[in-house]
Structure formats: structure tokens, C-alpha cells
Design a protein around this ligand. Structure first.
Ligand SMILES: [Zn+2]
Length: 128
């Protein structure tokens, strides 16, 4: 099993193509200022950051499994990921971003719809 973050997971690719189908333009794997972290999908002008969290790596309540071999190491790894997610959310929110987080098991078209609505709302608000 890979320990490093997997780029361009199936869930991310599916979401990205759904967003493109809605006519949205976005940045992929976008650096978050002041951190070494990246948003999976970012809308810079609207300041909306999107993350697609893997069920295993981020400990999804429905599908998260806790391996029995090296249990302590895995627990630390997964809880560490979750801690970092919360910290990332906090930093982005502080900098005026809206953070949308989805699980890889979430329905792609409803996720894309929610993202599109949020981006549009933000852009409308900014132009007022
Ligand atoms: Zn899940």
C-alpha cells in the first residue's frame, strides 16, 4: 500500500470531469498559501477550495477501516491526516476561503452541483 498521498484518484478525476461538464474552470492540486498543503480543486477568484478525502486515508465513518497489523502506526497516520484536514480548513477559512470537503464515496453529480452553487454565490457576492 502506498504511504504517500495518491494524486488524481478516481474520485477526484470523476469530480473534475463533472465540474468541467458544468462549465466550471478550476485549478488542480493548488498550493495553499502559508502551508505545504494543496487543495484538490480550487476556484481562486471565488475562493472556494475543494477536497476529496479518501475513505481509508481520512477515516471515513462508513468505510474507514483500521488495519490490525501495525495498528498503532495506522491509527496515528489516519488520525494525523484528520488533524491536518481540520488545520487546513482552519487556515483556509481564516484567509477567507470556503472549504468544501467530500468523501470519495459521495455522489459526484450532487457534489459538483453543490460546488457550482457555492462558487456562483461567492462570485455574485464579490461583484456586489
Ligand atoms: Zn466512505
Amino acid at each position: 500500500m502506498l504511504v504517500t498521498r495518491r494524486r488524481d484518484t478516481t474520485a477526484e478525476l470523476a469530480l473534475r470531469s463533472a465540474l468541467s461538464a458544468l462549465g466550471l474552470r478550476y485549478r488542480v492540486d493548488s498550493p495553499i498559501p502559508g502551508t505545504r498543503r494543496r487543495a484538490d480543486v480550487a476556484f481562486s477568484r471565488a475562493r472556494v477550495a475543494v477536497f476529496v478525502d479518501g475513505c481509508f486515508w481520512h477515516g471515513c465513518p462508513k468505510h474507514g477501516t483500521w488495519p490490525k497489523a501495525n495498528a498503532a502506526w495506522w491509527r496515528e497516520k489516519i488520525t494525523g491526516n484528520r488533524r491536518r484536514d481540520r488545520d487546513t480548513d482552519k487556515r483556509l477559512t481564516r484567509d477567507g476561503w470556503i472549504v468544501l470537503r467530500f468523501w470519495e464515496h459521495d455522489d459526484v453529480s450532487s457534489a459538483a452541483g453543490r460546488i457550482a452553487d457555492t462558487v456562483q454565490l461567492r462570485l455574485e457576492r464579490r461583484s456586489n
